[in-house]
Design a protein around this ligand. Sequence first.
Ligand SMILES: *Cc1c(COP(=O)(O)O)cnc(C)c1O
Length: 231
Amino acid sequence: MTIVAEHINKLVTSLRSFEQRYEKPAGSVKLLAVSKRQSIEKIAEAHSAGLKDFGENYLQEALEKIEKLKPLDLNWHFIGPIQANKTKPIAEEFQWVHSVDRTKIALRLNEHRADSRLPLNVCVQVNLSNEANKSGVALQDAEDLCVCIARLPHLKLRGLMAIPAPLSVFDAQRVCFRLLANEFVRLQSLYPQMDTLSMGMSNDYEAAIAEGSTLLRIGTGIFGPASNSLA
Ligand SMILES: *Cc1c(COP(=O)(O)O)cnc(C)c1O
């Protein structure tokens, strides 16, 4: 068995046990493998170990991988900051975008998603730490952006995403995730199609599960540290 497959098996065992511990439905927490700065070979290993969903942050790198891995029929999620002039390839090549944080980006993704395709699945990225230079809409502005996205025919509003500032204390991690989870539940009553709470990474996924995450975005925990120079 490859190291990647070992990591995935351990991770799945651990997330199933956390589902039980925090009384979440079995199988309610899904895994998104964050493959930024990881090789094609490692992605193929993760696919062999049973994963279908992969997250990428850097568009050029992602497009090359998507092209090379076409035969595997993977689901690609764009999770990085989005420049307005890059929305066309994102709308064309990805199945999901987690990092929509302004109306302009939503409108452009909608415009570039072809009629013939299924709608692009979209999560609104929320900035929980209110740091001025980080991506994400303020929590109190998430609803307005959801209202906008829900009206766009080529986008499907699926949920909320956040990358909280790294915290080492478990209870502090939970407090942060709970803010997002509460808003998610409130918005779900307006938009029942919202089924995805994208929160939790390698160092805080237990807290994310405890607070109701449905999709963990795990990089290092699956692939090991990312490389700086992808050959
Ligand atoms: C890199 C990244 C992750 C994965 O982080 P790890 O700590 O390696 O699990 C998750 N989400 C986003 C948006 C990222 O950029």
